[in-house]
Design a protein around this ligand. Structure first.
Ligand SMILES: O=C(O)CCC(=O)C(=O)O
Ligand SMILES: [Fe+2]
Length: 226
């Protein structure tokens, strides 16, 4: 266990991330009472996006899901566990923490995702099912996921939007664009209105990075977090 000296970021009432994001120049907030969501174009420059795509290409594995549901085609993309000892990864990670105001320890390692034509991540939520078989494995130490930050690294010629089912909002991939949402409601319970679908790429490839934050500190290895 992480001990009792941590602040429980999502449920202590100390989640000021939405206020902080609201104050970021150029950011737009989704006009919906159903979920806290923000969009920020050109958060990353094209060169940084290209460097991250090269890292993803160098170390991709088939994506997985927690609590498998029997659908082998539920998430068909590839995933890369980005190495935080690589300076550009650490730099992007620090920017994401600065943006949210969430301390470094509360972040999962950054991941990259790549979708080829026909690949998708069907409608899902990013939080873990507290009653699910995999809860213990993924959440015993760091607790539930709170915020998700996702950045599109490129613009596939067709397809690959992210659709939020509760609001009907379709986010189109755009190089460097960030979207952020809170998976937890103000009362501390997971928000099912965060259900979203990474839709099939129709032409080309889609690359994103994903950053998930936790209620409690992540068990980082020594020297991994810079
Ligand atoms: O690829 C997308 O548009 C969505 C990705 C996603 O939802 C995830 O990685 O959890
Ligand atoms: Fe997701």
């Amino acid at each position: 266990m992480a001990g009792n000296d941590h602040v429980d970021m999502a449920t202590s009432g100390a989640d000021r991330t939405a206020d902080r994001l609201s104050a970021v120049p150029g950011i737009r907030r989704a006009p919906s009472p159903k979920l806290q969501q923000f969009m920020l174009t050109r958060f990353l420059d094209p060169d940084t996006c290209a460097a991250l795509m090269a890292l993803i290409d160098g170390d991709a594995r088939p994506s997985t899901i927690a609590d498998p549901n029997g659908d082998e085609a539920f998430r068909t993309s590839s995933t890369c566990d980005l190495d935080h000892r690589v300076p550009i990864v650490a730099a992007v990670n620090r920017r994401l923490h600065d943006l949210t105001g969430i301390p470094l320890e509360y972040g999962e390692p950054l991941q990259g995702q790549r979708y080829d034509v026909g690949e998708e991540f069907k409608a899902h939520t990013d939080y873990f099912d507290p009653g699910g078989a995999d809860w213990e494995t993924y959440c015993a130490i760091p607790g539930q996921r709170s915020w998700t930050l996702m950045i599109y690294l490129n613009e596939p010629p067709a397809g690959g939007a992210t659709r939020f089912l509760a609001t009907g909002k379709m986010h189109q991939p755009e190089t460097g664009k960030l979207i952020a949402w809170n998976n937890i409601r103000p009362d501390g319970t997971p928000n099912p209105d965060t259900l979203h679908h990474g839709m099939k790429v129709r032409k080309g490839r889609k690359y994103i990075i994903t950053k998930w934050f936790r209620e409690r500190p992540w068990p980082w290895a020594e020297g991994e977090l810079a």
